[in-house]
Design a protein around this ligand. Structure first.
Ligand code: ZN
Length: 294
């Protein structure tokens, strides 16, 4: 079993008013949090650029600023968003533009680019009121756009992070690998989602296992898992002992079950579980080597 790669998913578009004042917004806050997570044991930081008031911000300049500020403090590997929610123009070149600009500059180049290998409804559901809060939200990733992403991300020398909401996404990743569009090992994130968000597998052992039962056959895969909108700790030991990696943070869930934790405190909790399971934790360099074997 390889060393455990921990990815800190530090902010998404989570607002502090949603329960945790420790969600970082500005480039300086994101960089400080990335450093704290690195010191706690994270190898990768996933972030969304935000304005000081927490609203989304999206430009190559703000991503470059944030990545350079992260780099000044630590060697943690960097995984920005494509920022779907922030843009009106959802054509593939528009969605990838900031990434390709960043990749030209070694001081601002990320390591990973998310490719969500299919489309999914993302309306939030209120189970108490028994109604959807919106009824028209689709996270749309057409096949041709994914082909464009795979081709250009590879040409830029970056690693695709294959986000998979369900088994259909896994089958797409497998087809893309068969077509020669993705390099092994495939780095796959098996998404679990809680009751307000129904697009992923349920955050249960069965939800995780049904992903695992459909990993691309015959391919080299490194997989991680996350729970969007819920507490991943119910499954962290199961993920670690099955050879997976862990993606967790305040971007997904405020974790008020534990008071008002920081992202770094969540990472330390994962490290403690890994140690109890006898699994070592990867440094950023070791994580890079696991995902880019010679
Ligand atoms: Zn994200």
């Amino acid at each position: 079993m390889s060393k455990l790669i921990i990815e800190a998913r530090i902010n998404e578009y989570m607002m502090r008013e949603q329960g945790n004042v420790n969600v970082p917004y500005t480039p300086e806050e994101i960089a400080a949090d990335a450093l704290a997570c690195r010191e706690a044991g994270a190898a990768i930081v996933h972030f969304h650029a935000r304005k000081a008031d927490g609203s989304p911000e999206h430009s190559a300049a703000i991503y470059a600023d944030t990545i350079r500020t992260i780099r000044r403090g630590s060697d943690i590997l960097v995984h920005p968003t494509l920022g779907y929610n922030t843009m009106d123009d959802h054509t593939a070149p528009s969605r990838l533009k900031h990434i390709l600009e960043l990749a030209k500059d070694p001081s601002a180049s990320p390591h990973f680019v998310p490719l969500d290998m299919g489309s999914v409804n993302v309306d939030r559901y209120d189970p108490q009121a028994r109604r959807f809060l919106t009824t028209n939200q689709v996270y749309s990733n057409p096949t041709g756009d994914l082909m464009y992403f795979a081709e250009h991300v590879r040409a830029a020398g970056l690693k695709p992070y294959l986000t998979c909401f369900n088994i259909g996404f896994l089958r797409y990743a497998n087809a893309f690998a068969d077509m020669g569009l993705l390099d092994e090992p495939l780095y796959m994130c098996l998404v679990l989602t809680d009751s307000i968000f129904l697009g992923g597998h349920p955050p249960s052992l069965q939800g995780l296992q049904s992903h695992l039962d459909h990993l691309p056959p015959g391919k080299k895969v490194e997989w991680t898992s996350m729970t969007y909108g819920g507490n991943l700790f119910h499954l962290v030991e199961a993920i670690i002992t099955r050879g997976g990696h862990v993606s967790i943070g305040l971007g997904d869930h405020p974790y008020n079950e534990y008071g008002m934790p920081t992202n770094a405190e969540l990472i330390r909790r994962v490290v403690d579980i890994a140690r109890a399971c006898g699994r070592e934790v990867a440094t950023p360099q070791e994580a890079w080597n696991i995902l880019h074997p010679q």
